[in-house]
Design a protein around this ligand. Structure first.
Ligand SMILES: [Zn+2]
Length: 384
């Protein structure tokens, strides 16, 4: 009995055990995914906070800068200066001759011819020496700013300036111990010829009603700086220094007229402005010096039928301190045998004086205090 009782009991136990074991194996075990415990926030060290603040500040600054730039007007991009744009500024036009390679600026009857990489220019065929070469500037052929302002523009446009008075100061070059150029064979001294032509010119101008002053009336030496002061003290309207030329090269001949070199530019024949390339009192008259110089040179060459050596620039002592327009004219080479023979004749010197007096008279009418600027405005500058 005891056995019979225990047996079914143990069988039941085994069954229960197996059933549990089996059920446990068959039943898919539900995997409850526990949420991962939040990672502890890393302790931010103080230096990272600083970095973040700095980045934030930089970001704000960049935003501000972007806003500022957006509000700021964009810079106007200037077209590059070319000869064409320079010519257009006064209503002219520029063209390159494909055969000669020369550039022509023209307006109405006026023509300026320019040679690439050269300081030589031609104003209606009159030779003019530029301060700087006509060359490529920022990729395009153009004149320097000064040559544009003091040569090209005034060659085509009336200069809006006037002479301070109608007093004309004539300056016979050299004198006294300074003979200047000479021709021993013909017994010619520059100082005598310059005085003789000056006296002829003075008479012609006085006949035309002008007040005139000579810086010397006889054979004496007047210091160069004093010559300008004589004109300044007289409140002169115009100054003309009269010279004759000399050269070791006896073939050199012709006529040339000089004005004071503009500040910062080299004189004709020089490569650099040098130490006295500063602004002199005489440079206030650059524009009228140019007009007077080209008028005198053109008329002399034409009236006397001599070689045109050009309108040139130099820093002559007699011109630096001038307060009125003034130029220096070289009226022929005493060292050239043929030209010296011509200069020796009173006829030549009379023609010189006549040409100079006519040009000065016309210049006075155009720019003098009594001339009406509005009337002369319509006339081309170089109509003569
Ligand atoms: Zn001289």
């Amino acid at each position: 009995m005891r056995f019979a009782f225990r047996k079914p009991f143990s069988t039941l136990a085994v069954f229960i055990f197996l059933a549990f074991a089996f059920w446990g194996c068959e039943t898919p075990q539900k995997v409850v995914e526990k949420p991962a415990p939040p990672e502890p926030a890393p302790l931010e060290p103080e230096k990272d906070l600083e970095k973040e603040a700095a980045e934030e500040a930089a970001r704000k600054a960049a935003e501000e800068e972007a806003k500022r730039l957006a509000a700021k007007p964009k810079p106007v991009v200037k077209p590059r200066a070319s000869l064409s744009s320079q010519a257009k500024s006064f209503g002219g036009e520029a063209k390159r001759d494909p055969v000669s390679g020369e550039w022509i600026v023209s307006k109405d009857e006026m023509t300026v011819r320019l040679i690439e990489n050269s300081r030589k220019a031609y104003l209606n065929d009159l030779l003019i020496f530029l301060g700087e070469p006509f060359e490529k500037r920022k990729g395009a052929f153009a004149l320097s700013k000064r040559d544009f302002e003091l040569f090209l523009r005034p060659a085509f446009e009336k200069v809006d300036e006037s002479l301070p008075s109608r007093v004309i100061v004539i300056d016979p070059g050299h004198g006294g111990s300074e003979d200047g150029a000479k021709n021993k064979d013909l017994d010619l001294l520059e100082k005598d010829l310059a005085l003789e032509v000056s006296v002829r010119l003075q008479k012609k101008l006085e006949d035309l009603g002008y007040e005139t002053i000579l810086t010397r009336y006889d054979d004496r030496l007047v210091p160069l700086a004093d010559r300008a002061q004589i004109a300044n003290r007289a409140d002169a309207g115009l100054f003309l220094s009269i010279h004759f030329n000399g050269s070791l090269n006896t073939e050199a001949l012709g006529l040339e007229t000089f004005a004071l070199t503009p500040a910062g530019q080299p004189s004709t024949g020089s490569e650099s402005p040098g130490e006295d390339g500063i602004e002199w009192p005489g440079n206030k008259q650059d524009l009228l010096n140019f007009q007077l110089g080209i008028s005198i040179q053109r008329n002399l060459v034409s009236d006397l039928q001599r070689t045109d050596r050009g309108f040139k620039k130099a820093r002559f002592a007699a011109l630096k301190e001038l307060e009125c327009p003034g130029v220096l004219v070289e009226c022929g080479f005493l060292t050239n045998p043929d030209e010296a023979l011509l200069v020796r004749t009173p006829v030549y010197r009379e023609k010189l004086a006549t040409s100079l007096s006519r040009t000065i008279d016309r210049f006075m009418q155009e720019y003098g205090p009594e001339a009406s600027p509005k009337e002369s405005q319509a006339e081309p500058v170089d109509s003569e």
